[in-house]
Design a protein around this ligand. Structure first.
Ligand SMILES: [Zn+2]
Length: 293
């Protein structure tokens, strides 16, 4: 299945989903028409355009910088400078900014459309955003949910492609093959969306995997505590343990994580917390401020 949303289709989809500003922002990254010729003009300045070999959408000269570079898996190595990769590998995210009453709810693995809709509905009602670390081999079958996650302004992160083996038990080329397929599947569903955060399956990560993820422009994200999701006490666990900058690990398919998402998010709001994505709530010291992105 190959899908390239035109800008018009993208906006129509966004309208159907009732999503305004986030879609408008993202629409800036969508190709006006597909396919487009190789776009050397779209290369970030200072990047070697010769390495942008695959067709790259867009390219009318624009005065407005694009919030997210439109890119495909073939261009990622040109977009991520060695400096950025080194920074990302050295700045694993364990918690967020502690001076701000914000919490980062994160959901791992995958879920049914109904389960993810319950989570998204809860965050819409709470006026908050969540982070979803999706498992690659479930992306295409969850395409509609992925679109809703991205168009809703939530954050989509990488949870590897397969969950069977820890990435630390695989060779570098096997790990890279998983990232490559993950990026290709994301590009089919939400063209131009750049995944920047990564959570290793089982939390099993080492320097080598962190370095590989960083070369794909992804920063490893840990968590402060788990919500459990399998017990009716899930909401209480979250509310008892939350603090400024907490990263909460939940799972999209765990009953009390999705079924009580509304009660959990409302409880957090009532306790004075904002619900933000990892990208929004991360510590300033963990944010790469170089020339890329
Ligand atoms: Zn997992």
């Amino acid at each position: 299945m190959t899908r390239e949303l035109t800008r018009r289709e993208f906006l129509t989809l966004a309208a159907r989903l009732g999503l305004g500003s986030a879609a408008a922002l993202l629409a800036g990254c969508q190709p006006e028409a597909a396919p487009a010729p190789p776009a050397t003009a779209a290369a970030p300045s200072g990047q070697p355009s010769a390495s942008l070999s695959a067709p790259t959408p867009t390219s009318s000269p624009s005065l407005t910088p694009q919030p997210t570079p439109t890119f495909g898996p073939d261009q990622i190595s040109a977009l991520v400078s060695p400096q950025e990769a080194a920074f990302l590998a050295d700045h694993e995210i364990w918690s967020g900014e502690e001076t701000r009453p914000a919490v980062m709810m994160t959901y791992d693995d995958f879920g049914s459309e109904e389960q993810i809709d319950k989570i998204l509905d809860a965050f819409r009602r709470a006026g908050g955003k969540a982070t979803f670390f999706y498992l690659g081999d479930h992306l295409l079958r969850s395409a509609r949910s992925i679109e809703r996650i991205v168009l809703g302004g939530h954050l989509l992160g990488c949870h590897g492609y397969f969950h069977e083996k820890p990435l630390t038990s695989l060779s570098a080329s096997e790990v890279e093959a998983q990232f490559d397929q993950f990026f290709r599947d994301v590009a089919q569903i939400v063209p131009g969306y750049r995944v920047r955060f990564f959570r290793a399956p089982f939390g099993s990560i080492n320097t080598e995997v962190r370095n590989l993820a960083a070369r794909w422009g992804m920063q490893s994200v840990r968590w402060s505590f788990t919500s459990d999701g399998l017990t009716p006490k899930t909401r209480k666990i979250v509310l008892d343990n939350v603090k400024n900058g907490a990263i909460v690990l939940s799972h999209m398919y765990r009953y009390f994580d999705y079924m009580h998402a509304d009660r959990i998010t409302q409880g957090l709001i009532e306790s004075g917390y904002q619900l933000v994505t990892v990208a929004d709530g991360m510590k300033a010291a963990d944010r790469f401020n170089g020339q890329t992105g």
